[in-house]
Ligand binder design. Structure first.
Ligand code: FES
Ligand SMILES: [Fe+2]
Length: 362
């Protein structure tokens, strides 16, 4: 097994800047579930390589732009998601689906911009692509398409997201830890006994061998019988669509910073660890389920209570991971040699290898 990453790679400013350029600028990043962008003028905001971007539905077409007005550089969107005309909050310039300012208050008097002049002020586009109902964006226009990047996982992810991709929670929290520590906390089950003894641990059973596809990996873990049965009962009660292809806790990691997790083929959980500084990470996460054949049950008090219990459970487990990850961030400043990884941390070793390959341009 190759050596783990040097402790300084978890706090160095230079490494962080190089990661932005070499890893995050050319990477597709998960920004939304398709349903969040289903209507005309639905939008989401994300952070790609430290740059705020927006993705919006314009009459059915998803378009992405760097989130800054061409006039005097106000951020166009402040909310993480919503619906509305793409209009700058400062002087009210409005933009169309090509990113061209089509409404400029007082244009004739103050700017005299004709069609060509407005065209020249178009927003900087970012690439947008979908895998099933997962929506991704990328800063750089050139590069391999999303399906090529996802490789062997494109098909199962499309299946999972179209079957289970109706979000009932979208949230974000800030961790005082490097993004790689967050990723690593998600890539092994070794810590479950210590960190999640009363939350996640009782739900799990046998850990199955990891699988690898390019820089990505898949970690299947059996669910305890009782946990699986309980989730299936919830699905039956609420009339939720499920998939028989996945029955455990089926965990996909998409390099560099994304997790897509199915539980009992019933619930879908997404996580993106966005670096906002060398020692700060914005964790965005979603919980989703399939469409319901019993909408009145789904909307009932019981349906809402089930949803709330899942949200609280997810928040609790992620909170437990946050606390230990922030401890590890302190530890990185004290450590004098790389981490020592065991066989049961093979997905972290593969992550480090993919990180090195990306940083070295291999
Ligand atoms: S800064 Fe956007 S309209 Fe002026
Ligand atoms: Fe954890």
């Amino acid at each position: 097994m190759t050596e783990a990453l040097a402790p300084s790679t978890y706090f160095s400013l230079e490494v962080s800047a190089a990661e932005r350029q070499r890893i995050f600028e050319p990477s597709w990043q998960l920004v939304a579930l398709r349903q969040e962008l289903a209507q005309h003028q639905d939008f989401v905001v994300a952070d790609l390589a430290g740059r705020s971007i927006l993705v919006q539905n314009f009459d059915g077409a998803l378009r992405g732009f760097v989130n800054v007005c061409s006039h005097r550089h106000a951020r166009l969107r402040q909310a993480e998601c919503g619906n509305g005309l793409l209009r700058c909050p400062y002087h009210g310039w409005t933009y169309n689906g090509d990113g061209v300012p089509v409404g400029i208050p007082g244009n004739a008097d103050y700017f005299g911009l004709d069609r060509e002049g407005r065209q020249a002020l178009a927003l900087r586009p970012v690439a947008v692509a979908c895998c099933g109902d997962l929506v991704f964006a990328r800063l750089t226009a050139d590069g391999p398409d999303l399906a090529t990047v996802l490789g062997a996982y494109a098909e199962p992810l499309a299946h999972l997201s179209t079957t289970l991709g109706r979000p009932f929670q979208r949230a974000a929290v800030t961790w005082a830890a490097n993004w790689k520590i967050g990723v690593e906390s998600a890539l092994e089950g070794y810590h479950l006994d210590m960190i999640h003894p009363h939350s996640f641990r009782p739900m799990t059973g046998t850990v199955r061998p990891s699988e690898f596809a390019g820089p990505h990996s898949f970690g299947p873990t059996d669910l305890a019988d009782e946990a699986r049965a309980s989730m299936r009962r919830m699905a039956t009660r609420l009339g939720l669509a499920t998939t028989e292809r996945f029955t455990g806790y089926d965990h996909f990691f998409l390099f560099p910073n994304m997790m897509v997790i199915a539980s009992a083929g019933t619930f879908l959980s997404l996580q993106v660890y966005e670096p906002t500084g060398p020692e700060v990470t914005r964790l965005k996460f979603w919980m989703a389920a399939g469409p319901s054949s019993k909408p009145e049950q789904r909307q009932s008090v019981t349906g809402r209570a089930i949803e709330r219990s899942l949200v609280e459970f997810n928040d609790r487990v992620l909170g437990e991971d946050q606390r230990i990850s922030e401890e590890v961030q302190h530890g990185k400043h004290l450590a004098e040699r790389p981490a020592r990884l065991g066989q049961n941390e093979d997905r972290i070793a593969a992550f480090h290898e993919a990180w090195r390959a990306a940083m070295e341009g291999r």
